[in-house]
Design a protein around this ligand. Structure first.
Ligand SMILES: NC(=O)c1ccc[n+]([C@@H]2O[C@H](COP(=O)([O-])OP(=O)(O)OC[C@H]3O[C@@H](n4cnc5c(N)ncnc54)[C@H](O)[C@@H]3O)[C@@H](O)[C@H]2O)c1
Length: 281
């Protein structure tokens, strides 16, 4: 398998889908983005063009026209035919994802790989409806895709080891670093990131230190680019509460959300997007 698939399909042209399409286009693959209807396809196409233009401005893409020629945006899932790799990036809804993955599986070649960009759902649960679960894997991209260096490769119980190798090669081919994780709640990134943030919140509740000082301890002491509370403000307190509740249900009490997180979410203090979280923005 070459370092890049010749043709990549992306289902869902939202924030992540367009970012993923952009990453493969800039690296040299052909890409088709499939949206739910013609209107959504137009919006996704415009977003993709803007992303490519920004790459030209930043100097990471030489020829805008050539990259755009390799891109197709469609509202027909049939256009996934001929893709070596299809990545679904529709909203985080198990039923919708299963529906899109099973539909894609019937269109692509049996040797093609299917992937999901889910940030929390179980790879094995998503594989339930597939006839070829060995060709299915998690490729967890991070937002914003162009700026992020990491892809979590999430390996299901039935994923073929050769597909893990292909996924590592593709990840490197688009200039990102892979980490390989077994299918488990929160994978590696959310599980560790949320755990650190919850402890930081408990420290704030207990009056151990201010939000600024807790973050500075990690930023300056451990070289984290952004402390756990600032990161929570950027991600959204509601998003983190949701993940913490899920991880508490799956992994136990150590993920129980602190009261300060519940109170802030109830008060509408969701972080940067609402102007206030652990910081004023
Ligand atoms: N936003 C993040 O920070 C982030 C990070 C990592 C992973 N993820 C995951 O990526 C996935 C997508 O997230 P997003 O933030 O891009 O969401 P989004 O809402 O921006 O995009 C989802 C897109 O899917 C499209 N869609 C809905 N139904 C469809 C269908 N039947 N066929 C084709 N397209 C359809 C929507 O029109 C929309 O454009 C989710 O699973 C999310 O958990 C998100």
């Amino acid at each position: 398998m070459s370092a890049l698939p010749t043709r990549v399909g992306v289902i869902g042209g939202g924030r992540m889908g367009v970012g993923i399409a952009h990453a493969f286009l800039v690296a040299g693959s052909g890409v088709v983005v499939v949206e739910r209807d013609a209107q959504a396809a137009v919006v996704a196409g415009e977003r993709l063009e803007q992303n490519l233009l920004r790459s030209v401005e930043r100097g990471s893409l030489d020829n805008f026209d050539v990259a755009l020629e390799r891109a197709q945006v469609s509202s027909s899932i049939e256009d996934l035919a001929g893709c070596e790799l299809v990545i679904e990036a529709v909203p985080e809804d198990l039923g919708l994802k299963v529906e899109m993955l099973t539909a894609a599986e019937q269109i692509v070649d049996p040797a093609a790989a299917l992937a999901t960009n889910t940030s929390s759902l179980s790879i094995d649960a998503l594989a339930e409806g597939l006839t070829r679960p060995e060709r299915f894997i998690g490729l967890h991209f991070f937002n914003p895709v162009p700026a992020s260096a990491l892809i979590e490769i999430v390996v299901g119980a039935r994923t073929d080891p050769s597909l893990v190798e292909d996924a590592e090669a593709w990840t490197a081919g688009i200039g990102k670093t892979p980490v390989v994780v077994s299918d488990s709640p929160g994978f590696a990134s959310s599980r560790l990131g949320v755990f650190l943030a919850l402890e930081a919140m408990r420290m704030l509740e207990e009056g151990v230190a201010s939000a600024q000082d807790i973050d500075a301890a990690m930023e300056l002491g451990y070289r984290h680019p952004s402390g756990p509370l600032r990161t929570t403000d950027l991600v959204g307190l509601d998003v983190r509460l949701h993940i913490a509740e899920y991880l508490a249900a799956e992994l136990g009490e150590r993920f129980t959300p602190p009261q300060i997180l519940r109170d802030k979410v109830a008060a509408g203090e969701l972080g940067r997007k609402t102007g206030r979280g652990f910081y004023d923005w």
